[in-house]
Design a binder for this molecule. Sequence first.
Ligand SMILES: [Zn+2]
Length: 384
Amino acid sequence: MKTKLLYLITLMCSSLFLNAQTHQATYQTLVNQVHLDTVTRKLQQFEALGIKEMGTAAQDNTRKWIIRHYERLGYTDIQEQEVTVGQKKGTNIIVTKKGKVHPTKFIVVGAHYDTLNGPGVNDNGTGTVTLLEMAKVFAHLDTEYAMKFIHFTAEEVGLIGSQHYVREIAVPQNLDIHLMLNIDEVGGVKGKVNNRIVCERDESDPKHNNQASSEITQQMASIIPMYTTLETDIGRAYSSDYMPFQAAGYTITGLFEQHYSSVPHTPNDLLKNMDIPYFQQVVKGAIATVLHFTNAEQKLATTEQDEAGLTIYPNPVHDQIFIKTNQATSKPKAYKILNLEGQVIKSAHKSDFEPINVSYLSKGHFILSLHFPEKTFNYPFIKK
Ligand SMILES: [Zn+2]
């Protein structure tokens, strides 16, 4: 729900900023798991769910569709908050993941899923799908901070869903929200060059939380170009679900597309009017940002170990990958090396535990797929 022109300051140089973030190869491997066909399919499903206005079956079916994604990924803390506007009902969906170091200090990532007059693929299927893709990456990752993925209802009728959440849950429960990242309308405009993303900071009253928002937003603006093809601009946060959070004194930031689309709130807010490769980059950037902000454990950094005692190392790899098991019976019989698009680069039988030679690979991200008699184990790695 954006109605005013954006106020932009082009970032001249991200190295000017304090707290500059450094690129993490392991985060890049995770970010690269966002595929064009997957995000396209999810947006198609969102489009097919129809016009998600308050009190409609379409909105309720979308609620079920969102919850199913989290359940499939293994999330168990899924809360529903009913929101009533006049006679019409909607539901906020709040999915919580505990933090390993700070179990209840939250990074909140929010997006509304209600729409107006049309299926709302850009506004805000894009924010919705960004959260779903992000949830996939974080499902099996330990993070220092706790996380909440919140899918808001009733944004289009005046930020009512997020107001209810802040007023009825966040403030009375005195939730320790480290920051709230809002994602609303990041699909790009078909036919335009979409290669920048607006990182939005708090410039509204109250002012005491503006500086923290500015710092966080600048960090995000320097993180995104490290992991994606996008450049970043800084803009002003307004007219979306972060505003009730900022009004309550929380630190906020947001993502919004570079060109203001003319189709939101019309029947033409459709996939065909978007720039899907651009959206894919935005999803990657949002995930990279949240990996940094939650200080996600870099599981791929050295060694992968599964519960059966299989150990694979090192990561990143120079020339050889070593495999150890603690059971003589479970030895890999064959292996494949794949690139991240799933293409097989090498396929071989393996009868012993000599290291696997990968010296012939170029630098980049790959997957070692080990085939055991009873299972297949995939080891994402970086070739140095
Ligand atoms: Zn919106």
